[in-house]
Design a protein around this ligand. Structure first.
Ligand code: UPG
Length: 327
């Protein structure tokens, strides 16, 4: 099949492109022209030859999408600005996440043979649910709690009303396989929070399997790693800090305000899409390959550790307050 992937060189996007090509599809990649994206484009063009084409462009421009969507049988729309970046560019994020999605849907509708349309959404749309018994089910009510969830819910609603053959994937937490800067948001999440992880390759497999499935259309799906990937934030964070040689951080550094994430009922998506191949520990090992410091730095870690921990803790407003109280 001919498949357009927007946000093709992002985290889930690139796993999707790789899996689609592995399954024999012809893929058009649309993304912004940045250095890291160019590197991925070269890699995939080397590997897949003529079955992959790359189009650089901004989804805020309808003509960019008109060119990208032409002749495609399926559109996988993943391009978006996510937390935490979204909070620093709210206007741009609205244009990309909402107007960009509107552009993609409108252009798809205008095709002589409109393509099927898969929209990448997030489990965040369930809002704060930690006070409810898990897991979240696809029939649970949704609740916008910030700009990101508002944008995703708007995208979902537009697509359902579009008249296109649609499907919506609400993804669990998919850590990227690549360097990720340390951000204060890591302290905002209470340590007890239920969190469901998903390996990026499994996310890509779910999307690629959906493209040739007859069962996914007209429905919303919860896409997570399944019971073996249902952990607490504390488990994930401490394992990551351990493999990075930093060690766990004090409890007082973490907040207590509820955070949008939860365990999901993925029994139906797994039955139809057969994508859950990696366990929590495999996710940690693969993410650590990129997140962990290089061997020479790791050797020095026992010495560097106190400095690194101090720098990290400086990012926590909760830790700063606790320190001020005890001073
Ligand atoms: O104006 C923009 C902004 C971003 N991007 C691209 O969009 C992609 C976003 O990817 P990334 O930031 O790595 O996020 P993912 O983790 O892959 O996010 C996926 O999963 C999220 C749910 O977890 C969904 O909200 C997203 O739509 C879906 O892409 C990247 O390639 C960006 O270059 C654009 O094409 N245009």
């Amino acid at each position: 099949m001919r498949v357009l992937v927007t946000g093709a060189f992002g985290n889930i996007g690139f796993s999707t492109v790789q899996e689609l090509l592995r399954q024999g599809h012809t893929v058009r990649c649309l993304d912004l022209r940045t250095k890291p994206n160019e590197q991925k484009a070269s890699q995939i063009s080397r590997e897949a030859g003529e079955r992959v084409t790359v189009q650089w462009g901004d989804i805020r421009q309808r003509e960019v999408l008109a060119e990208a969507v032409r002749d495609q049988e399926v559109v996988v729309h993943l391009a978006a600005i996510l937390p935490p970046d979204i909070y620093e560019k709210l206007e741009l994020a609205y244009e990309v996440n909402v107007e960009g999605t509107r552009n993609a849907i409108e252009v798809a509708r205008q095709q002589p043979r409109p393509p099927r349309f898969l929209f990448g959404s997030s489990l965040d749309v369930f809002g704060y649910t930690q006070d409810q018994p898990p897991p979240r089910k696809v029939t649970d009510p949704v609740q916008a709690t910030d700009d990101y969830t508002r944008h995703k819910l708007e995208g979902e609603a537009m697509l359902k009303q579009s008249g296109l053959t649609w499907t919506i994937f609400r993804f669990a937490d998919v850590p990227p396989l690549g360097p990720r800067p340390i951000h204060p948001i890591m302290f905002r999440i209470p340590l007890e929070t239920r969190l469901e992880m998903l390996h990026t390759f499994d996310a890509g497999l779910a999307v690629a399997n959906a493209v040739s499935s007859d069962e996914v259309w007209g429905k919303i799906w919860l896409i997570g790693g399944g019971p073996s990937c249902q952990v607490r934030y504390r488990d994930y964070l401490n394992r990551m800090l351990e493999v990075m040689g930093i060690g766990s951080l004090p409890e007082e550094a973490f907040g207590h305000e509820p955070y949008c994430t939860d365990w999901l009922d993925t029994s139906e998506s797994q039955r139809v899409l057969r994508y859950q191949r990696h366990s929590f520990e495999e996710i940690i090992q693969d993410v650590a390959k990129y997140a962990a410091p290089p061997a020479p730095v790791r050797a020095l870690m026992p010495l560097l550790r106190p400095v690194v921990r101090r720098q990290m803790l400086k990012l926590s407003p909760y830790w700063q307050k606790a320190q001020a109280r005890s001073a």
